[in-house]
Design a protein around this ligand. Sequence first.
Ligand code: UGY
Ligand code: MN
Length: 247
Amino acid sequence: MPQKGLVTSRVVVERNYAILPPEGIPAFALPEWSTSEVRILASPAMGARFAQYLIDVEAGGGSEQTLAQGIEAFFYVIEGAADIKANGMTHALKAGGFAFLKPGSKFALTSKGAKLLWLKKRYQPFGEARPDDVAGNESAVKGEPFMGVNELLLKTLLPIEPRFDMAMNIFTFPPGFSLPVTETHVMEHGLYMLEGQGVYYLGDRWREVRAGDFIWMGPFCPQSFYATSSSPARYIYYKDVHRDVEL
Ligand code: UGY
Ligand code: MN
């Protein structure tokens, strides 16, 4: 269709944060994923120390591969369903389902028609203990009040134990609620807006965000959120945790 007028966008890519609205990210094919549309949301090319993907996989499509040595992975099913076979187990994931795979895992993902998030990062060991695979559905995870605010519910999908070096959390904000503070921390985030909308404070300004947007926050990116939708706003986010600064 011929374009009339100027094309505008909410996209922003700064030194230590980015907002990527879905409509501006062209999909491409990755040979490791059959009948799939892949969008890379975060990668070291952007400054992130992890990679995050949004993948639409047709029914019957998927991927069989082995994570590189030392690389761990996390899957979250946004819509549809997929089976993940890894380390002697099959996880049948529906919407809200998630699976963490330990470093170096061989896996086979078969889609029943699914939109999923996939995150990969290099595992940073601490001591002798190592993470095991974890799978479940967010519907079975109880939300806990955040910073004493009962209405702000935080679900932590992975065990909070030193052998895990990453957190994947789901935050729910009722209309009109906000993060109680503007946080600034060394940890990074890869955040996907699941529902609703709001304004995100990033760096030094508020920006409008809504369901389907991806936000990368690098180390020390000042951040806060205020939900402006008439229904709750929800987002899932990655955070690196439990590790000292590498010098
Ligand atoms: O866990 C967190 O750092 C979280 N409160 N940050 C965020 O939602 N931007
Ligand atoms: Mn944070």
